[in-house]
Design a protein. Structure first.
Length: 168
């Protein structure tokens, strides 16, 4: 398995601390320094290389079609809503019925404070929102996604999305 430079750095830091502990107890020689001079990749370069790439419109259409073919309507709805709103998966899974008006959705549980915003509902997904909400006045738009122990509602559907895109 490939690990990031950050992960390696964190592990080696722990090993360094343990080695110093062993030296303090005189379990190992104070002259031996196996972790001195260890160099790791520059993390800034790694971040630039690992940046996410947006899906092309044809890929989004293929993902939507594959979700429908797999009879996963909820995932297909999420793909369409994400494509037309630009919202993140967790933002859409946490979206409450009361945050949806006729023409706008209000993102209030964004990843960052600056991510809280109002987004117009594109006509291509207006019917999807209407169908998902129905006659309800409370609850979540994507009602049957369960929350994990940290309150994140999008992990399960995120795993289904990952399986879908890797199968393509």
């Amino acid at each position: 398995a490939v690990v990031s430079a950050t992960t390696v750095q964190r592990e080696v830091t722990g090993l360094r601390s343990f080695w110093k502990y062993l030296q303090a107890r005189e379990e190992v020689s104070a002259d031996i320094e196996p972790f001195v001079g260890q160099r790791f990749k520059d993390r800034r370069k790694d971040r630039q290389r690992v940046q996410r790439v947006d899906f092309a419109a044809s890929e989004v259409a293929a993902l939507y079609g594959a979700a429908l073919k797999a009879k996963d309507q909820q995932l297909a709805d999420l793909v369409a809503m994400a494509a037309y709103t630009g919202a993140r998966r967790e933002e859409l899974c946490a979206l409450k019925v009361e945050d949806v008006s006729k023409d706008w959705i209000k993102i209030t549980d964004a990843k960052t404070a600056s991510g809280n915003r109002e987004v117009p509902i594109h006509r291509s997904v207006a019917a999807t929102f209407k169908r998902l909400i129905g006659k309800r006045t409370t609850g979540y738009v994507l009602g049957d996604t369960g929350a994990d122990k940290w309150g994140n509602r999008g992990d399960g559907i995120g795993k289904r999305f990952t399986r879908l895109k890797t199968a393509m």
